[in-house]
Design a protein around this ligand. Structure first.
Ligand code: KG4
Ligand code: ZN
Length: 361
């Protein structure tokens, strides 16, 4: 049995979780900073770092309390050490090193993006569900859809990932956040746009779905973003060297805004399902069927994406593993869960572990 304490501070959530045997989250505490960044319309790195410093110890204490365990019960300390905002990552890495050193326990640095693909395997100790076995899951087609990343992977195990494609410009979550801002929705935009889209007609506008080259598994969201901008604000006009628009979202009716949100969401999600179909086709042409599709990252909370992926999986007769809502957004349970697979292989880090702003794979 392993009990791992995980820390996650890569962006604007300060999180700590305790996870047993890489599967069962005994606690999953997330202190969101959304209120601190809302007035700036996005995450301000310096504010994020300072808030992590203030919150990390209370979050660790609360996580231990909620799990009903003490620091001495923990077998290892895991931390998301890449990718992310460097000042934010440093707080988690320094905190994890301090805990590991003081307790004499192993330290394990985990890639945040890889951890998102581990989220569907987590269960909540208070709502247990049958664990999914690795044999049933892998090889899997992994999809990460977050604010910073949009990528497809071939996953041969929780730690064996090969990237098949990724975004060449914006991440899908970033596109959701930008479209939401154009529609006058508050930060964080993605969940607010998801809500607004429920009242809209998703066929009201025919926004572009990026396909790229016929065999490409990459993604692109800049064309869709520009189309939404022109739809909301009208055609741009150059005026004395400055670009001006004829209107903004305040000139649109509530129904018109909902229709744009629904149509944007349809196109954004279709760009994802299209690439999944391509990846499944490419694999079956080579005689490599995937046993399942696993999905992670903040946008995996999107209602339309969840429904459309479920339909696709049914049509293609492949198992789909989506994270429970609590594990879609940034959390530390996915960090502690993935770290279990390194701890049981005696593959740990030492105090030279560095925070890294980018991922290696
Ligand atoms: O994984 P995450 O918490 O952070 C990163 O690693 O980037 O993802 C955050 C992203 C944000 O862009 C947020 O707007 C988006 O996930 N998001 C959503 C929804 N919930 C969160 N996008 C669309 N629909 C949602 N329901
Ligand atoms: Zn994330």
């Amino acid at each position: 049995m392993t009990l791992i304490l995980g820390l996650e501070t890569s962006c604007d959530e300060t999180a700590c979780a305790l996870v047993r045997d890489g599967r069962e989250a005994l606690s999953n505490i997330i202190a969101s900073q959304h209120d601190l960044h809302a007035e700036y319309g996005g995450v301000v790195p310096e504010i994020a770092s300072r808030a992590h410093v203030e919150r990390i110890l209370p979050v660790v204490r609360e996580s231990l309390r909620a799990a009903g365990v003490g620091l001495r019960d923990v077998d290892a300390i895991a931390v998301g050490h890449r990718p992310g905002l460097i000042g934010a990552l440093l707080v988690g890495v320094a905190g994890a090193k301090a805990l590991a050193l003081a307790l004499g326990k192993p330290l394990i640095g985990v890639d945040h993006v890889h951890a998102h693909l581990y989220a569907p395997l987590l269960t909540d100790a208070s709502k247990p569900r049958a664990p999914v076995s690795a044999e049933a899951l892998y090889p899997a087609l992994g999809l990460v859809v977050s604010g910073g990343h949009t990528a497809l992977y071939r996953c041969d195990g929780p730690r064996t990932l090969t990237r098949l494609g990724s975004t060449i410009d914006d991440a899908v979550g970033e596109a959701f956040d930008k479209a939401a801002a154009m529609l006058g929705l508050p930060h964080p935009g993605g969940p607010n746009l998801d809500k607004l889209a429920r009242d809209g007609n998703d066929r009201a506008h025919d926004f572009p779905v990026s396909r790229l080259a016929p065999d490409s598994l990459d993604f692109s969201y800049s064309g869709l973003k520009t189309s939404v901008l022109y739809c909301v604000r009208g055609a741009p006009v150059r005026d004395g060297g400055v670009t001006r628009f004829e209107r903004d979202h305040t000139h649109l009716s509530a129904q018109a805004r909902a229709d744009i949100a629904a149509s944007f969401q349809r196109a954004a999600v279709r760009a994802v399902t299209l690439k999944i179909e391509r990846a499944l086709d490419a694999a079956s042409e080579r005689g490599h069927a995937y046993r399942s599709i696993i999905v992670g990252g903040g946008v995996s909370a999107n209602s339309r994406l969840r429904t459309d992926l479920a339909r696709l999986a049914e049509r293609r007769a492949v198992d789909l593993h989506l994270p429970a809502m609590a594990y879609c957004l940034d959390n530390a349970a996915m960090i502690a869960g993935l770290a279990h697979h390194r701890l049981i292989n005696a593959d740990t880090d030492d105090l030279t572990l560095r925070a890294e702003p980018t991922t290696t794979a």
